[in-house]
Write a new protein. Structure first.
Length: 318
């Protein structure tokens, strides 16, 4: 395989690490250049509206980082910080306003929402061509059918691009997705099927999970269970994508971010591995920017402004 700027050797001499931060920076630059080209052709500057309900400190930091990265890509950022007491009707009214706003090409309602708000109802209220999280039923169906005009959930899309840094052609590979959520596991399985992998979807309740894992050439783990996957579970030379991120307290009183994979043990066996942090996380935000650009193109095409190549996907491989 040719040398890649997104692969780096492990300091301990184990698995080659897939550098999500470097890939995310490159993708953000690519999106920025495409945004400038789009605007030069007369399209409005793409705008991303992010809605946060409640006052969770971690979510506040996360959405503010999204705003910084949006500006970095040359796009507009619209932040809507709503109190915990916001009703579902009030949130739906805001979504309706954003759907109709020509300055907003992408809408993201930060999850999780407070218990009194149904996330499925809210997500499906977002216009499909502005649904940059790709979680509505229309985009879910587009993904399942392999349609090019769909918006794919950001984290699985980032995982696919990280895998493609290792192997562009995954035909015939045995792929295991551990975790069956609507946000990551299910769309990840669809993307791997489209790459002609043989895909197994498992979860924390799967019987004989270690044995199933040992058969896989590709393992994507997204369970939220820190250090679930042990080194003895991994087929030698396999590619492992760790989506999990948990902050664990340490004996010295500090905390440490860890993934769903026991990194120090898996690193000794895997061929390629994403670190935590610095792997999937940066790619999730970069793919959000990519989706916002794609949403702007879809809306420009729907408006019959005739941009050539409106359905082009930057580096997404789908």
């Amino acid at each position: 395989m040719a040398a890649s700027p997104f692969l780096r050797p492990s300091p301990t001499g184990g698995a080659t690490l897939i550098d999500g931060k470097a890939m995310a920076n490159a993708l953000t630059r690519e999106v920025s250049e495409a945004v400038a080209e789009l605007v030069a052709k007369g399209a409005p500057v793409p705008g991303l509206a992010v809605v946060l309900v409640g006052n969770d400190p971690a979510s506040e930091i996360y959405v503010k980082n999204k705003a910084i990265q949006t500006h970095r890509a040359g796009m507009r950022s619209f932040m809507h910080m709503l109190p915990e007491s916001t009703t579902q009707a009030e949130l739906m009214a805001l979504v309706s306003v954003l759907n109709a706003d020509p300055q907003v090409q992408g809408i993201l309602v930060q999850l999780p929402l407070p218990p009194h708000i149904d996330p499925v109802v809210v997500t499906n209220a977002i216009h499909p061509d502005k649904d940059v999280d790709g979680l509505g039923v229309v985009n879910t169906g587009r993904l399942a059918l392999g349609m090019k005009n769909g918006l794919v959930p950001c984290t699985p899309l980032g995982c696919l691009m990280l895998l493609q840094a290792v192997q562009a052609d995954m035909t015939g590979r045995q792929a295991l997705v551990i975790g069956a959520s609507n946000l990551v596991g299910k769309p990840m399985a669809q993307l791997l099927l489209q790459q002609n992998c043989t895909v197994t979807v498992a979860h924390v309740h799967t019987r004989n999970l270690p044995e199933i894992c040992r058969e896989a050439d590709i393992v994507v783990v997204a369970t939220g269970k820190p250090r679930l996957v042990e080194g003895s579970w991994i087929k030698p030379g396999a590619t492992v994508i760790d989506v999990g991120i948990t902050r664990l307290p340490q004996p010295d009183g500090r905390s440490r971010l860890v993934g769903d994979v026991d990194f120090s043990e898996v690193e000794k066996v895997a061929g390629y591995l994403t670190p935590v942090p610095g792997g999937v996380g940066p790619m999730t935000i970069a793919c959000l920017l990519l989706n916002t650009l794609k949403a702007a193109r879809l809306q420009k095409k729907a408006g019959r402004e005739g941009e050539e190549g409106a359905e082009q996907d930057l580096g997404s491989g789908i």
